[in-house]
Design a protein around this ligand. Structure first.
Ligand code: F6P
Length: 561
C-alpha cells in the first residue's frame, strides 16, 4: 500500500478516456431518445437513497472506462486497506477508521487495529455519551444551582462544529422539545456574545469539542464562555467568590470532547466529564464520534443509533457492492471525469430541503480539506488537477441567485440535487400543495439543465429574433438526483457516508492523502506570530512584509477600543 500511488495519467484507461472525450459530443437529448432504458439503467439504490445518474454526461462506454480507471489506480484495494485499518493516512502515519465508529455492537469479525480493540472502545465511549445525553434530557444532570439544562452550546470549529451544527439543523424535527443547541465557532468575539446574550447561565451547558484541544479559536471561545458563565452566575448572586465555587460551576456547566484528555484537565474540565475519540478519526469525519455529543443530547440515543446505522448501511454498500452498481464509486469517478476530462472547476450541491441548509458548508470541509492537494501521498507532485470547489445553497433560493450561471454560463457545473418525498415536519393544511410545488421545482431544474431549449423552440414561442440567442438553453448540463422517502436520522447518516466515500474515491484516483490537512498550518502559525504586532510589539510589526505591515497599521489607526 505504501509503495506509492499509480499515476492515473499513465494508465491505459486514462488514454482511452482522453480519446473517448475527444470523440464524444455530449448529447443527453439524443442519448435518452436512443436508449429508452437509460434512466432505469443509470438509477441505483443505496440503502434508502435513490440515485439517478442518468442526466450525467456519460455513455455506457464512459462508465466502463471510468471503472477501468478505478481498477488501474487501485481504488478498491485502497478502500479495503482503509477499512482494515492500514495506515492510509501516510503523512500522519495513521489508520483511517471513521467507518469503525458506526459498526454495530457485536460486529463480526471484531476489528483490532494497532493492538486496539476498536469495536470495544467505540461502543464503550458511545455508552458514555448516551448516558450523559440521557442525563441531560431527563433533567437528571443539573446546573450548579440545581436547575435542569435547557440549552447546550457546542464550542468547536471545522469538523468539531460543521458536522454537529449541520446534523442538528437537518434533524430539527427530532430534537427534544424544551431543549435547544447552539453552536459557536468563530474566534470573532461577537460569535460567543451573540450566541449567549439571551441565555441563562444557570440552565446552559457548554460542550467544548476539539480533537486536539489545541485549536486557538475553540480554546479562546471556551475561555470567553467560562468567563460569561462566572459573570452571569455572580450577577445573579449565586456564585461565591472562590476558586472552589468557580470550579464547581465549570464542573456542572462544561463538558469536553477530545482525543487529548490531558489538555482537557489542564483547561479545568474534569476528565470524568470528557468524552474521547481516537487519532484515526479525522476532524471532518468525526460527527459520528463523541464530537456528535450535542446532537446525541438533542435527538437522543435511539435516534443517534439510527443515524449511525444509516452510515453503516452505505459503508457496507461501498464495501461489498460490485463496481458497476457501487454508487459512491460511480459518483466519485463521475467527479474525476468532470474535473479531469471536462474541465469542471466546481461542483454544486443543491438540497431541496431547508433542513439541509448547512449541508453544502459541511461538504466543503469534507471534500476540499480532503482533496485540495498538490502532492501525492508519496510526496511527488500530482500529475493532474485535484479537488474541485464544492458549494451550494438550498433550492429554491439558489434558483433566484446563481442558477443562471449553471444554466447558461461558459463552464459546466456538475450539480447534485437532493430531495425528499415527504417533508420531515408534519404537514398541516395546505402544506402538501406547497411541498408539491417545491418538488416541481426540483424536477424542473434537472430537466431544464439536461435537455435545455433550442433556438427553434424559443422561436416557436414567438420570441423576437434579437433575443432568441439569449433565451436558448444549451442543455447537457450534468446533474445527479438523489432522493429518499424523508430526511430521517438514518437517511442523513447515509447521505454523509455517501459523500465521505465519494471524496475517498476521488482522492484514491489522484493518489493523494485525503486524510491530512497540512495546508491549514501555515496560516495558524503566522497568526500567532502576527498577534503581538497588534498589541504593541513594534519589532513584530517591523518584521512584516510591506503589504501586511501596511494593513496592520491601517487596523491600528482605525481601531476603537
Ligand atoms: O485547522 C483545520 C482543522 O484541523 C480541521 O481539520 C479540524 O476539523 C479543525 O481544525 C478543528 O480541529 P480540532 O477539532 O482539533 O479543534
Amino acid at each position: 500500500m505504501n509503495a506509492g500511488p499509480v499515476d492515473p495519467t499513465t494508465t491505459a484507461a486514462w488514454s482511452s478516456l482522453s480519446e473517448h472525450r475527444s470523440a464524444t459530443t455530449p448529447d443527453l437529448r439524443g442519448w435518452f431518445a436512443a436508449d429508452p432504458a437509460r434512466a432505469r439503467d443509470l438509477t441505483l439504490d443505496v440503502a434508502d437513497l435513490h440515485v439517478d445518474l442518468s442526466k450525467n454526461l456519460v455513455t455506457a462506454d464512459t462508465v466502463a472506462l471510468l471503472l477501468q480507471l478505478a481498477e488501474q489506480t487501485g481504488v478498491l484495494a485502497r478502500r479495503d486497506a482503509m477499512l482494515a485499518g492500514e495506515h492510509v493516512n501516510v503523512t500522519e502515519d495513521r489508520a483511517v477508521l471513521h467507518t469503525a465508529l458506526r459498526r454495530p455492537a457485536g460486529a463480526s469479525p471484531a476489528l483490532e487495529v494497532d493492538g486496539q480493540d476498536v469495536d470495544g472502545d467505540v461502543q464503550a465511549e458511545l455508552a458514555k455519551v448516551f448516558t450523559f445525553a440521557d442525563a441531560v434530557r431527563s433533567g437528571e444532570w443539573r446546573g450548579v444551582t440545581g436547575k435542569a439544562i435547557t440549552t447546550v452550546v457546542n464550542i468547536g470549529i471545522g469538523g468539531s462544529d460543521l458536522g454537529p451544527v449541520m446534523a442538528y439543523e437537518a434533524l430539527k424535527p427530532s430534537v427534544r422539545a424544551g431543549l435547544e443547541c447552539r453552536f459557536v465557532s468563530n474566534i470573532d468575539p461577537t460569535d460567543v456574545a451573540e450566541t449567549t446574550k439571551d441565555l441563562d447561565p444557570e440552565t446552559t451547558l457548554f460542550i467544548v469539542a476539539s480533537k486536539t484541544f489545541g485549536t486557538l479559536e475553540t480554546l479562546t471561545n471556551a475561555r470567553l464562555a467560562r468567563a460569561w458563565l462566572w459573570r452571569g452566575l455572580a450577577a445573579a448572586g449565586v456564585l461565591a467568590d472562590s476558586d472552589e465555587a468557580r470550579q464547581e460551576a465549570v464542573a456542572k456547566h462544561f463538558v469536553a470532547v477530545s482525543t487529548a484528555l490531558d489538555k482537557v484537565a489542564a483547561f479545568g474540565i474534569d476528565p470524568a466529564n470528557a468524552f474521547g475519540f481516537w487519532d484515526w478519526v479525522g476532524g471532518r469525519y468525526s460527527v459520528d464520534s463523541a464530537i456528535g455529543t450535542s446532537l446525541a443530547v438533542a435527538i437522543g440515543p435511539e435516534a443517534f443509533r439510527e443515524f449511525l446505522a444509516g452510515f453503516h448501511a452505505v459503508d457496507e454498500h461501498f464495501r461489498t457492492t460490485a463496481p458497476e452498481r457501487n454508487v459512491p464509486l460511480l459518483m466519485g469517478l463521475l467527479n474525476v471525469w468532470y474535473v479531469n476530462f471536462l474541465d469542471a472547476h466546481t461542483h454544486a450541491v443543491l438540497p431541496y430541503s431547508q433542513y439541509l441548509h448547512r449541508f453544502p458548508a459541511y461538504l466543503q470541509q469534507l471534500t476540499m480539506e480532503s482533496n485540495g492537494k498538490s502532492v501525492r501521498y508519496d510526496g511527488e507532485p500530482v500529475t493532474t488537477h485535484t479537488g474541485e470547489v464544492f458549494w451550494g445553497e438550498p433550492g429554491t433560493n439558489g434558483q433566484h441567485a446563481f442558477y443562471q450561471l449553471i444554466h447558461q454560463g461558459t463552464r459546466i457545473v456538475p450539480s447534485d440535487f437532493i430531495a425528499f418525498a415527504t417533508p420531515a415536519h408534519p404537514l398541516v393544511d395546505g402544506d402538501a400543495d406547497v411541498h408539491a410545488l417545491f418538488m416541481a421545482n426540483f424536477f424542473a431544474q434537472t430537466k431544464a439543465l439536461a435537455f435545455g431549449k433550442t433556438a427553434e423552440e424559443v422561436r416557436a414561442e414567438g420570441t423576437a429574433e434579437d433575443v432568441v440567442a439569449a433565451r436558448v438553453f444549451s442543455g447537457n448540463r450534468p446533474t445527479t438526483s438523489i432522493m429518499a422517502p424523508s430526511l430521517t436520522p438514518a437517511v442523513l447518516g447515509q447521505l454523509i457516508a455517501l459523500y465521505e466515500h465519494v471524496t475517498f474515491v476521488e482522492g484514491a484516483v489522484w493518489g493523494i492523502d485525503s486524510f491530512d490537512q497540512w495546508g491549514v498550518e501555515l496560516g495558524k502559525k503566522l497568526a500567532l506570530e502576527i498577534a503581538p504586532a497588534l498589541t504593541g510589539d513594534t519589532a513584530a510589526l517591523e518584521a512584516q512584509d510591506p503589504s501586511t505591515g501596511a494593513l496592520i497599521r491601517y487596523y491600528l489607526e482605525h481601531r476603537r477600543d
